[in-house]
Ligand binder design. Structure first.
Ligand code: DI6
Ligand code: FE
Length: 405
């Protein structure tokens, strides 16, 4: 089916960041075949259908490249303690925090996890998100991690969103391994990875939490070596509340992404740039944890580290599920421009998932995933708070959602 999309303005997010105020797109099935100014549409193009967008702005479908939306329970009581002054790290050391969510997640079946998580995924979809990364990491035993990943895959069957999964078994040491982090990493490497590898298509990449309250760079290094031996790309939560060398280690592994990075240094930025690793910025977690330190945006700019922005949706440091909130916070709290933020939720987010040659740009050969916006100017992306101007979502060349905006 050949479709012509017209009467629209276009932010392509392609390599030249082209903008067409009166633009047009041609798609064949699920793929974009032509993009340009409406006046340049090839004459005599035999379209099966023409879709008129009433002057709306079109961007690539947004990509939320870092979420933890599959989990059981909630942590509102901890939020109350944190707003009263107890730190995130102190609660984690007491056995709360991530381990609190682990208890609720272990108690949930796949169906329950899907039921609890589906509204969160729907909220992201309505904001224009067509691809979302979902991590495990609240199971911390083989079967519970597997249930989380099965729930993530099941969600992709229920809603028109592409799901990319990350195994985050190295999120925290489970209670059974308290103080025996090395043994836990060995177990993941020796037993879990080979078992997951047999279940083709369950895991797309391997992630870890490299932090003083979680795993050391050496432990994450071991995990990455094992993961890569099975052919999985790797990425890392690094330098969120301290700097223990995670991002440099990840860069040595050619990691797709390094996430958080509040405590990254200039050497870290140089290493990430050389490796082509995407810096994934998570302003909602920065805001919720009332972080004392900003990620070094100017160093990332100077050294040309590609930057993405994600929701980090999770029950602890980023409760909720809103990429648009993250986009607003990236502008207000991190001083990113609207263009940097848009790149961060499209082309660079795709790259953070290893999908940069097929997703995140409106360009020939890319998948026809679009979000249409009822806005006057692109500067409105990441401007509104708690108001959603997304009015149509197209996935693989088909309109999958329309809403008043
Ligand atoms: N960093 C985060 O921001 C989340 N995980 C991580 O490694 C927080 C997860 C949580 O608090 O439940
Ligand atoms: Fe996270």
């Amino acid at each position: 089916m050949r479709s012509v999309w017209r009467n629209l303005s276009l932010l392509t997010c392609d390599d030249a960041r082209r903008v067409f105020v009166d633009g047009a797109i041609v798609t064949e099935g699920d793929t974009i075949t032509w993009v340009g100014a409406a006046k340049d549409l090839p004459a005599g193009i035999a379209a099966d259908r023409t879709i008129e967008l009433a002057g709306r702005w079109l961007t690539p479908g947004l990509i939320d490249c870092h979420t933890h939306i599959v989990f059981g329970g909630q942590r509102a009581a901890e939020f109350a303690r944190r707003t009263a002054g107890t730190s995130y790290a102190d609660i984690a050391r007491e056995g709360g925090g991530i381990l609190n969510t682990v208890r609720a997640t272990r108690a949930a079946s796949v169906d329950e996890l899907v039921r609890r998580s589906e509204p969160r995924l729907r909220a992201l979809l309505q904001e224009g998100v067509t691809t979302v990364e979902i991590k495990s990491g609240y199971g911390l035993d083989f079967e519970s991690e597997r249930r989380m990943l099965l729930a993530a895959r099941a969600l992709a069957q229920r809603l028109p969103v592409a799901v990319v999964t990350s195994l985050l078994a190295a999120h925290a040491a489970p209670p059974e391994f308290k103080g025996r982090e090395d043994d836990y990493i060995d177990l993941i490497c020796r037993e879990w990875l080979p078992r997951f590898a047999q279940e083709h298509g369950l895991i797309d990449m391997v992630d870890a939490y490299c932090e003083s309250i979680a795993f050391s760079a050496t432990q994450c290094d071991r995990l990455f070596t094992a993961a890569k031996a099975h052919g999985w790309p790797v990425r890392l939560h690094a330098e969120q509340i301290s700097n223990i060398g995670g991002s440099r280690m990840a860069a040595r592994h050619g990691a797709l992404a390094c996430d958080h990075l509040e405590y990254a240094t200039e050497d870290d930025a140089i290493a990430l740039a050389r490796a082509g690793t995407v810096a994934v910025l998570l302003p909602v977690a920065y805001y919720v944890l009332a972080d004392p330190r900003l990620p070094p945006l100017d160093l990332f700019r100077t050294h040309r580290v590609p930057m993405a922005v994600a929701s980090d949706a999770n029950p602890g440091s980023a409760p909720g599920a809103s990429l648009q909130t993250a986009m607003n916070m990236a502008r207000r709290l991190f001083g990113m421009t609207s263009g940097e933020v848009l790149d961060g939720v499209t082309r660079n987010a795709a790259r953070a998932l290893g999908l940069g040659d097929r997703l995140g740009q409106i360009a020939p050969g890319f998948r026809a995933d679009f979000a249409a916006w009822s806005i006057d100017t692109p500067d409105e992306l990441g401007y509104w708070i708690g108001f959603n101007p997304c009015s149509m979502i197209v996935r693989g060349g088909e309109i999958v959602l329309e809403r008043d905006a």
